[in-house]
Design a protein around this ligand. Structure first.
Ligand code: AMP
Length: 221
């Protein structure tokens, strides 16, 4: 299964992607996580990307495309993937098709997690992320067992610098500007599946699994 998760920041893409990747036994590829890893390790890409990310802007397409091509060259992507945070604009959608075509692959479907702005702000303002394994929590909706500590790896939890209100507004503004062309692109390809991202996570998950099973009824999930 090759699934793309599309939606505003805070729509639940990361949460869904992690569970789906585990259930479908395919890698979760998050361009945000890959970029944050580069920033943390102070790589050349990380040095270039940091400023854009802190300001809530998109990292230039060429840099992200190069990073993604490298990730798709790894053998674990052969049986599928859950892509989260890419594409963010039409140019990236076309780049993704090109990268996949070169590997004789195509996306199976694109989930659009349509989510209202008040829900986004509420989710992002309470989001906590593990600085070691990148697991996500929420102060109220999904608190860790021990305050400030990751359940999985015991790493420290903190707020993402780009989850501060002003940066969230910038990220949403860019998202809104780009999303309609992406929706059109995937609707034309008959690949778009809309889900209300404001629903409980397990309801959203079951709907995505339902779409996957419609394409492949022998799927074991
Ligand atoms: P995310 O974790 O998906 O919310 O991404 C965090 C930040 O990483 C974004 O605000 C961008 O600065 C950058 N980023 C992630 N994915 C992309 C992408 N596909 N294109 C450009 N920038 C990206």
């Amino acid at each position: 299964m090759r699934i793309v998760l599309l939606g505003p920041p805070g729509a639940g893409k990361g949460t869904q992607a992690k569970i789906l990747a585990d259930r479908l036994q395919v890698p979760h590829i998050s361009t945000g996580d890959l970029l944050r890893e580069n920033v943390k390790n102070n790589t050349d890409l990380g040095k270039e990307a940091r400023d854009y990310m802190e300001r809530g802007l998109l990292v230039p397409d060429e840099l992200v495309a190069k990073m993604l091509t490298k990730r798709f060259a790894q053998s674990d992507t052969k049986n599928g993937f859950i892509l989260d945070g890419y594409p963010r604009n039409l140019n990236q959608a076309e780049t993704l098709d090109t990268i996949l075509q070169e590997k004789n692959m195509a996306i199976d479907f694109v989930v659009y997690l349509d989510t209202a702005e008040d829900i986004i702000i509420q989710r992002l303002s309470g989001r906590l992320v593990c600085s070691v394994c990148a697991a996500n929590y929420h102060i109220k909706n999904m608190p860790p067992k021990v305050k400030g500590v990751c359940d999985n790896c015991h790493g420290p939890l903190s707020q993402r610098t780009d989850d501060r209100e002003e940066t969230v507004r910038k990220r949403l503004q860019i998202y809104k500007k780009e999303v309609s062309s992406l929706i059109d692109y995937y609707e034309r390809q008959h690949r778009l599946r809309r889900i209300d991202g404001g629903q409980e996570a397990d309801i959203v998950l079951n709907k995505i699994i339902g779409f996957a099973k419609m394409l492949n009824d022998s799927l074991k999930v």
